[in-house]
Structures are given as C-alpha cells and as structure tokens.
Design a protein around this ligand. Structure first.
Ligand SMILES: [Zn+2]
Ligand SMILES: [Zn+2]
Length: 167
C-alpha cells in the first residue's frame, strides 16, 4: 500500500483509507532510529522557531517523493505549533492549485509553447499572472505563477484577435 501525506494529516488519510489514525502513523512515520537522528541533528530544538522540545517534538516530511520519503534530509524537527502551520501552508497551497491554472496548464489551454507563453507575458502581449506565490525549495526562492479563468478568457481573446496580436 502506498500512501503519501501530500500535506494531509494522518487523520485525513485514515478517513480516506478507512483505517485507524494509529495505523497510518505507523505506516508513514519514520523508523525510530531516523527520528532520533532528526532530533539530534536539530539539537532537540524546533527547526523553525528554535523552541527547546524535550519529548514534544514532531517529525515533519518536507517532500512526499516515494524513494526518499523517510530520508533524513527530507525531515524536519518541529514544535507542534510550527508543525500545524506547515500543514496549514500546504493545505492553502493545494487550495491555490485547485482554484488556479498553473503556468503549464494555462499555456496548454492556449496551445502555446513554453517559450512563446513566457515571452508573451514578459513583453506584455499577454496579461501578467493573476497571482504569484513565492515558495522555498531548500534555500532557493521560486516564483510560482497562477492564472485564473478570467486571465484565460482575456488571453484567448487577445490570441484570437489578429489586431491585438500584432501589438
Ligand atoms: Zn516551532
Ligand atoms: Zn508534518
């Protein structure tokens, strides 16, 4: 059985899979030697706010790739409060992804190549993205562009209109 957290709580997964929360936790949480390593690496402190944790620390998965799911580099040691915030963040990012088109989805909708799509936006031949989110990948800051229905409607109108197209 392959399950991924994907920003969801153990409880949410348990409800979907029809098994107990304890069982999900058992299946998904890292083995105890990994937990110990993560705890030790963090000097027993929350890696977000620095709070000294004792026995109350949570181990959080940063990514959800199968092959390195319980890899130490993929785990953070967090206090319960920062842990909850991480999951709230993930949930809101998921919500964004449901509500908006990603750049890839938007350009496929318009039938444009990646280069064409990006160039047209850069040159103002297509409107700016509806929303730009900043995400951290390790220490690298990435800009993720989102496009809504209205953006697509305007973009289609521009592309369908030869006069606007030339401008
Ligand atoms: Zn914290
Ligand atoms: Zn977590």
């Amino acid at each position: 059985m392959m399950m991924r957290l994907d920003g969801e709580s153990y409880q949410a997964i348990a409800d979907k899979a029809g098994i107990s929360r304890q069982r999900v936790q058992q299946l998904l949480s890292p083995p105890s030697y990994v937990r110990k390593l993560v705890k030790k690496r963090a000097n027993d402190k929350c890696q977000k706010c620095g709070l000294l944790l004792g026995q109350s620390g949570h181990v959080h998965h940063v990514g959800n790739k199968e092959e390195d799911y319980n890899d130490v580099d993929n785990l953070l040691y967090l206090c319960p409060s920062c842990h909850r915030k991480e999951h709230d963040n993930l949930a809101s990012k998921k919500e964004l992804a449901n509500k908006y088109f990603t750049a890839t989805e938007a350009r496929i909708e318009l039938g444009l190549s990646r280069w064409d799509f990006n160039t047209r936006i850069e040159r103002g031949m297509l409107p700016a993205p509806t929303f730009i989110d900043t995400v951290m990948r390790g220490s690298v800051e990435l800009k993720v562009r989102y496009f809504d229905e209205n953006w697509l409607r305007i973009a289609r109108a521009i592309l369908d209109n030869p006069v606007l197209k030339r401008g």
